[in-house]
Design a protein around this ligand. Structure first.
Ligand SMILES: Cc1cc2nc3c(=O)[nH]c(=O)nc-3n(C[C@H](O)[C@H](O)[C@H](O)COP(=O)(O)OP(=O)(O)OC[C@H]3O[C@@H](n4cnc5c(N)ncnc54)[C@H](O)[C@@H]3O)c2cc1C
Length: 471
């Protein structure tokens, strides 16, 4: 079989691989995409962001219906029809996947439907036996569910997020192990649909890596809704069969056992790089398989780039796309590029209340010894959120103490994932709290809550300036 040669081959046609291919092809490069998935679309469309948010939105509506009496309304018999919810999700996702497939089959690049591994620094071999060569490669092979060595886990039937996203009937009870973003989002989905949910997290807080103050608010909201939550635990035994599971763990010096109909392993994901034979390409990884990249997305082999979940540092879609676009441009020799600016990192947890952050977290500022002024304002003291019965949460803003340049923001509360976008333009443009306060803010909106911490920071800075003048 003749070996085809490309300017760029993208391994994986998900968010990273597809977008690298799109950009490189747009620059006139000869591009090949290799993806061995039975269904094309990548994690975000098929088993990640889009299906999970479709289901969470349905669960939100059910929750609102059940809360109707708080608003003086009578809604009786509100309950989940899981089969119908699932049908709607499948319809929506199939449509998204069709669009991605159409783009992959658009003819702008060659699509090879097979898995690949490296033979040498310039050659990959497909599972069909075909070999392809390229001057540059982009690895975007994503991640897979990890199964840590917890006693009994590998021998116990468990669900992954893929299974939870596909449920057509309501499980009576579920034990969720893990307390990260996917764990919390899908645990609340199951809870709101009507399952009994116990969540067991090893760390001392949910959503490890995010602010403990914000995570505590999410935890309180989930507990108030009826979820049983244990943090700071150590799992000692997991066992079970198709009839049910048992989880035993240490918590506060006690041994606790919980039983449920199902186990949801939400302990996280790991880079999907093991089958790639990266050593043949001279590509180095960390011990967990994560590909090591520089600020241009180049691996230890400068002709091989990586982006998205397989390289991190963030396992989210918009950064995978930014990394991939940068890699494609760099690989094609585009000049005057800027690396991905991780100081603008934006992330959203789609629980209710949502937890969103952008820029530096308070922990990062403290650890780096960066001086800052902070101010926060609670949702339970804001007109619009009070009338919406959306009282969990706060907006917290961090700004540089002299000029008031915004360094970061954290919002926990209803629609925090939308509200945080009040900050993304200003942060990218290095705006100050004074700049934001010059902008109009419509009343009564949820967004208006942001003005209170901004005003407090502005006041603090002005007071300091006045004091300095009089000294
Ligand atoms: C339940 C869930 C919810 C999520 N929600 C959000 C969210 O709300 N917002 C957000 O930003 N992120 C979310 N994420 C994360 C997001 O989905 C991922 O960060 C993103 O999709 C990763 O894109 P990627 O291109 O790196 O990998 P993927 O989209 O997984 O693409 C990898 C592709 O590589 C292919 N492949 C793998 N190995 C090979 C090989 N050897 N040869 C050829 N092809 C190969 C695969 O078939 C796949 O198509 C969520 C994830 C999960 C699991």
């Amino acid at each position: 079989m003749k070996t085809k040669t490309y300017d760029l081959i993208c391994l994986g046609g998900g968010s990273a691989g597809f977008n690298a291919a799109r950009v490189a092809a747009g620059l006139g490069a000869k591009v090949g995409v290799v993806d061995g998935a039975r269904k094309l679309g990548g994690l975000c469309i098929l088993r990640g962001c889009m299906p999970s948010k479709t289901l969470l939105y349905a669960a939100d509506i059910l929750h609102h219906a059940r809360q109707a009496s708080k608003f003086g309304l009578t809604v009786t018999g509100a309950r989940a029809n899981m089969a119908a919810v699932q049908r709607r999700k499948r319809r929506i996702i199939a449509d998204f996947a069709r669009h991605r497939e159409a783009a992959l089959f658009s003819g702008k690049f060659d699509l090879h439907r097979a898995n690949a591994h490296f033979i040498d620094t310039k050659t990959i071999e497909l599972t069909t036996g075909q070999r392809l060569r390229a001057n540059k490669f982009l690895i975007g092979t994503g991640s897979k569910v990890s199964v840590p060595p917890i006693p009994g886990l590998a021998d116990t039937p468990f669900w992954t997020s893929d299974d939870v996203l596909d449920l057509s009937s309501l499980p009576k009870s579920v034990i969720v192990i893990g307390g990260g973003i996917v764990a919390c989002e899908l645990a609340q989905y199951l809870l709101r649909m009507g399952s009994r949910v116990t969540l067991i997290q090893r760390s001392s807080q949910l959503l490890r890596g995010l602010s403990s103050e914000a995570a505590a608010i999410v935890q309180k909201a989930l507990s108030d809704e009826g979820m049983e939550i244990f943090t700071d635990t150590s799992l000692t035994k997991i066992s079970g069969n198709r009839d049910g599971v048992l989880v035993r763990f240490e918590h506060n010096g006690r041994t606790i056992t919980r039983r449920a109909a199902h186990l949801f392993n939400a302990l996280g994901r790991e880079p999907n790089t093991a089958p790639l034979n990266l050593a043949a390409a001279g590509v180095h990884t960390r011990s967990n398989g994560q590909i090591i990249i520089n600020r241009w997305q180049q691996t230890s082999n400068p002709d091989v780039y990586a982006a998205g979940d397989c390289s991190g540092p963030a396992e989210i879609v918009h950064t995978a796309i930014m990394q991939a676009e940068l890699a494609a441009r760099h690989a094609m020799g585009v000049k005057k590029l800027k690396p991905v600016d991780w100081s603008l990192l934006l992330s959203v947890v789609f629980t209710d209340p949502q937890l969103a952050r952008i820029g530096y977290t308070e922990r990062e500022l403290l650890d780096a010894g960066v001086p800052y002024v902070a101010a926060s304002y609670p949702f339970d003291d804001h007109g619009k959120s009070i009338l919406m019965e959306a009282k969990y949460g706060h907006v917290k803003v961090f700004a540089e103490p002299k000029r008031g340049r915004i360094l970061g923001a954290e919002i926990v509360g209803r629609d925090a994932g939308e509200l945080i976008h009040c900050f993304n333009g200003p942060l990218a443009m290095r705006a100050t709290v004074f700049d934001l306060l010059r902008a109009p803010w419509y009343h009564p909106t949820l967004a208006e809550i942001i003005t209170y911490p901004l005003e407090e920071i502005a006041e603090t800075i002005q007071t300091r300036r006045r004091k300095k003048k009089t000294q």
